[in-house]
Design a protein around this ligand. Structure first.
Ligand SMILES: Cc1cc2nc3c(=O)[nH]c(=O)nc-3n(C[C@H](O)[C@H](O)[C@H](O)COP(=O)(O)O)c2cc1C
Length: 182
């Protein structure tokens, strides 16, 4: 591998594991590059799935560089949406994506991958972010509670509530939750 793409391992707790990192269209998607490299520093291979909306916030090249491989941005004949990864992590997850998953909608690369993951009991970690008004939305709040009941593999990682916003948890906390879930 080109040495520009390499990371220095800080541990091997995700060695041999493949993480599907799903990026959706919140402003916090700009943190995805660092999160991908945090996973890789623990030995993980990271397959990145990005919604079309997320690509308004974060560039495809940056995500590919971080993952050191091509990313998935649309459904294709290679059937990347059939989940083969050990775990799915959605960070950041928009309110739209969470509500779509809870409604069983499989309308883009992320929601279709998650639909497949839930059908085979692959764990799904979700870090939902957004303005407080979106986070407090009653339909979203209902789904926050009910989704883990319907699909026991789903776990929400609570956001940092700051400045009137539900912000991304610390990146290393997301890694710790991923290690724990596996
Ligand atoms: C500047 C800007 C910031 C946004 N940030 C968020 C956010 O943090 N959380 C959220 O749920 N939606 C946010 N949205 C709205 C989503 O982009 C919108 O709901 C979109 O349809 C989500 O698509 P996706 O879930 O397919 O990625 C933001 C929109 C804009 C224009």
């Amino acid at each position: 591998m080109n040495d520009d793409l390499q990371v220095e391992w800080v541990g091997d707790r995700l060695k041999g594991k493949t993480v599907a990192l799903c990026v959706t269209g919140g402003i916090a998607s700009i943190e995805a590059v660092k999160l991908i490299r945090c996973f890789r520093r623990e030995g993980a291979t990271v397959n990145v799935f990005a919604t079309p909306e997320s690509l308004k916030f974060i560039g495809k090249a940056a995500l590919e560089w971080a993952a050191a491989q091509p990313i998935v941005t649309e459904l294709s004949g290679l059937a990347e949406h059939i989940c083969t990864e050990d775990i799915v992590v959605i960070a950041p997850a928009t309110i739209n994506t969470v509500n779509a998953i809870a409604a069983g909608i499989a309308g883009n690369v992320v929601t279709t991958l998650v639909a497949s993951a839930l059908g085979q009991e692959t764990p799904v970690l979700i870090a939902a972010t957004g303005h407080r008004s979106l986070y407090e939305n009653p339909v979203f709040q209902r789904n926050l509670k009910q989704l883990p009941e319907i699909a026991p593999g789903v776990k929400f990682i609570p956001p940092k509530m700051e400045e009137g916003k539900a912000k991304m948890p610390e990146l290393l906390q997301i890694v710790e939750e991923t290690v724990a879930a596996l």
